[in-house]
Design a protein around this ligand. Structure first.
Ligand code: ZN
Length: 376
């Protein structure tokens, strides 16, 4: 299939699936005016949203309102600008999910399948995806802005525009060449996750037990140093334990673990142990808490807030953030089936007695602090 045929095929398949399963969108947030007032006044920033994947693959229109027709399936529309406004989400790190140039055997089947369909991979696809985000921001300049720093995000939020920041999910998207980091930086990339579901030239994925014990590669260490020098945010999500430990010994600037949860509450390989949460917090890192059922392991918004509270108990109030992973082929916990559910997180935190200042930190201020300290 050529590029156009492929895109049409994907678009019509998605439309057909949507038409078949119409109905049953998520319910209204059911929060009081007081809760909503605090939620709307707070700066709410998500450290990991994958909506760009559908934008790149399917021409998903971020400025149009969609209905999440498959709330219990990983294939669904979790976010767009009208619903972000309704849910009080002011900005996000938009993840770039990129097909690797070389597909390795450990890569999960859907991503292998995707990589086989795509001509552009690696750095070419990274640059192309940054253009997709840039083009959307230009087309909808009144509603969103493609931001290169924390202060640009703050400014965009204050103007009532959605603040989009670009984060690469896995360093296979810059292959093993620091020149590619510079090329992507020129086009607006400001965050790189060292690995995704397959070993990259920088680090090993947590999801593959066979890589346990292997830390960063020499290129991985160079990459961390170069990113810090350039003012880019290092993301340790997906990186295995040995890699995280090694990175914690290297970093001199704040960093993030963009989407993860607490292993003490749910024993899942991608979640952080208490020792890791403590170590990340001590090194100035911020942890984005993922609301996927597979990470949370407990029901509902309450279950998700349990993870926020646990991370606060172990690492302190300055280390927590949102890292939803919406639109990243996940099934969200009930009540957070799309971005309009976010005020419920504020409601549950208030009900449990958290102060306004703690809630503001968790909803966005901590995340914004890291992006501002590293990128200006
Ligand atoms: Zn991920």
């Amino acid at each position: 299939m050529n590029e156009l045929t492929r895109r049409r095929f994907l678009q019509s398949s998605a439309a057909a699936a949507g038409a078949l399963l119409a109905g049953c969108g998520p319910e209204a947030p059911q929060v009081s005016d007081d809760v909503l007032a605090l939620h709307r006044d707070a700066r709410v920033l998500d450290l990991h949203l994958d909506t760009l994947l559908s934008m790149r693959l399917l021409g998903y229109e971020i400025a149009s309102r969609h209905t999440n027709r498959l709330p219990r399936s990983p294939i669904s529309w979790h976010m767009d600008l009208p619903r972000a406004r309704e849910g009080g989400l002011d900005g996000a790190v938009m993840g770039l999910v990129i097909s690797p140039r070389e597909v390795r055997e450990e890569l999960m089947a859907p991503l292998r399948w995707l990589a086989r369909l795509e001509d552009e991979r690696g750095i070419d696809q990274t640059l192309l995806t940054l253009d997709v985000l840039d083009e959307a921001a230009r087309r909808h300049a009144d509603e969103m802005r493609f931001c290169r720093s924390g202060s640009e995000m703050r400014a965009a939020m204050d103007e009532g525009r959605f603040a989009a920041f670009a984060g690469l999910e896995g360093s296979h998207g810059i292959e093993s060449d620091l020149q590619n980091v510079h090329a992507a930086y020129q086009r607006g990339l400001r965050m790189i996750g060292l690995t995704h579901f397959q070993a990259s030239s920088a680090a090993y994925p947590m999801t593959v037990a066979a890589f346990d014990g292997r830390g960063l590669t020499p290129f991985g260490r160079d990459l961390v140093a170069e990113m810090e020098r350039m003012g880019m945010v290092v993301d340790l999500a997906h990186v295995n334990e040995a890699g995280v430990e090694e990175a914690l010994g290297l970093v001199t600037r704040p960093f993030v673990v963009s989407h993860t949860a607490c292993r003490a509450l749910f024993d899942f390989r991608r979640n952080l142990s208490d020792a890791q949460i403590r170590a990340v917090a001590e090194r100035g890192g911020v942890i984005g808490l993922c609301l996927a059922r597979g990470f949370v392991g407990r029901p509902g918004v309450e279950g998700f807030v349990d993870h926020i509270e646990h991370a606060i108990r172990v690492g302190g109030v300055d280390c927590v953030a949102l890292g939803s992973d919406w639109d990243g082929a996940i099934v969200p916990v009930e009540g957070l089936g799309d971005v309009t559910g976010l005020p419920r997180v504020t409601r549950v935190m208030l009900e449990r007695g958290h102060s306004e200042s703690v809630i503001r930190k968790a909803l966005g201020e901590n995340a914004l602090r890291v992006l501002t300290e590293v990128c200006g």
